[in-house]
Design a protein around this ligand. Structure first.
Ligand code: SF4
Length: 327
């Protein structure tokens, strides 16, 4: 059986810190539009902006807030507080603002979130912007997102075409697999075939071990094994790759494509070729498009989104060429 790229035709909802979408809602009334770096690709998603500090009723402009006595997680357990620069306690407001923001994300059905790092609210790995201090991560809202299992994307990574490509392909695979129902070992093997190449790229040792485990299981093991399999794969898909791994993976899959289809893609260079990350991102996108047009599974990016109109156009082109061949 030949495997093809999996195509999603519904836009994925993604939550985002409102200030990262350009909303002038930071304490100083500023924002930064990280989405502009995506160009037209921005239209492939539904963005759901929230600002927990605004939702807390702190207003713009406001005194900046900070965590006091512990992390954002400890704010939820009562071991830490949130204070503003004037020393006023705003813990209760911040918790309410964060819970209401989470509710908005739930209504939007968002399972992913683009967060502004360095914020005591939305930050995940840093809660201060000062280079010398990382604060007490995660932030109050960041802590909620972590505990809810969100697919978390740092907003600064949208500025790099290669990092964004990596986040996007993992997000699409994550979204597809999160809602892909499995009811037998056979279906689990098929899902694994679609995802194993990206898993191998992200953590080869883990993926090989998983391959061996799957080979040793029988049909009767499905119900017991499926939840842990799903959790482990989804967890791995949250982890970023590296430039070297992505470049090698591109070459591996392109070489396979060339062998299978007997076609070259002029724009794709060998791993030794010296190029910058923008060029590597372009090559990866070219391979994605080529694989999709040629009904081929590009294992490094097994799930893509296509607007239903573009998909229909492709089907019509394919039907047209079949008719020509037959006549
Ligand atoms: S980081 Fe979060 S809480 Fe702070 S301004 Fe941006 S959206 Fe609002």
């Amino acid at each position: 059986m030949e495997h093809k790229t999996i195509v999603l035709t519904e836009k994925i909802p993604i939550g985002i810190s409102l200030c990262a979408m350009g909303g002038p809602v930071r304490y100083n009334g500023k924002g930064i539009d990280v989405l502009s770096a995506l160009g037209r690709e921005k239209n492939d998603f539904i963005f759901c902006p929230v600002c927990p500090e605004c939702q807390a009723g702190l207003g713009v402009t406001r005194d900046p807030v900070h965590l006091s006595g512990g992390t954002g997680e400890q704010v939820w357990t009562g071991e830490a507080e949130v204070k503003n620069r004037a020393g006023r306690l705003v813990t209760k407001e911040m918790k309410e603002g964060s819970l209401e923001s989470l509710e908005v994300l739930r209504r939007c059905n968002a399972k992913a979130f683009i967060y502004m790092d360095g914020s005591p609210s939305c930050g995940v790995y840093r809660t201060t912007l000062k280079n010398t201090r990382r604060g007490n991560p995660p932030g109050v809202f960041g802590s909620l997102l972590l505990s809810e299992g969100f697919f978390l994307i740092p907003s600064s990574d949208l500025q790099s075409p290669l990092k964004w490509w990596d986040w996007r392909r993992r997000l699409l695979a994550f979204t597809w697999f999160s809602s892909h129902k499995l009811s037998s070992m056979q279906e689990l093997y098929e899902a694994w075939y679609a995802l194993k190449f990206i898993c191998q790229e992200l953590d080869n040792t883990w993926a090989r071990e998983m391959g061996r485990t799957l080979a040793s299981l029988g049909k009767a093991d499905f119900a017991q094994f499926e939840p842990s399999f799903r959790a482990q794969v989804l967890d791995l898909l949250r982890r970023p790759s590296t430039t070297v791994k992505m470049t090698n993976s591109l070459w591996k899959h392109y070489s396979h494509y060339r062998k299978q289809r007997g076609k070259k893609v002029e724009e794709i260079n060998s791993p030794e070729f010296k190029r910058n990350v923008t060029t590597i991102a372009k090559e990866l996108m070219k391979m994605e498009r080529t694989a999709f047009d040629d009904d081929f599974l590009f294992g490094a990016s097994p799930v893509i989104y296509r607007d239903p109109h573009r998909l229909k156009a492709k089907e019509e082109r394919a039907a047209g060429s079949t008719e020509q061949q037959e006549s």
